[in-house]
Write a new protein. Sequence first.
Length: 72
Amino acid sequence: MKELLRSTDPVRLSWLAAYLADAGIEALVFDTHTSVLEGSIGAIPRRLMVPEADWERARRLLEEAGESLPHG
């Protein structure tokens, strides 16, 4: 798995994961439980991860959808 982005916004992460799933790319959100344990104050970002083989395509799809992604 390879990281696409980090965010403290669970709604954004949910939407991005659904958008990628619609394109046939499995996306997982890592660090959800850690974020919940800290009280959901937004101090610990969650990571949106995809299989390494799908990373370039997922990145391209999200950028075409208007998402600003870190370069990596």
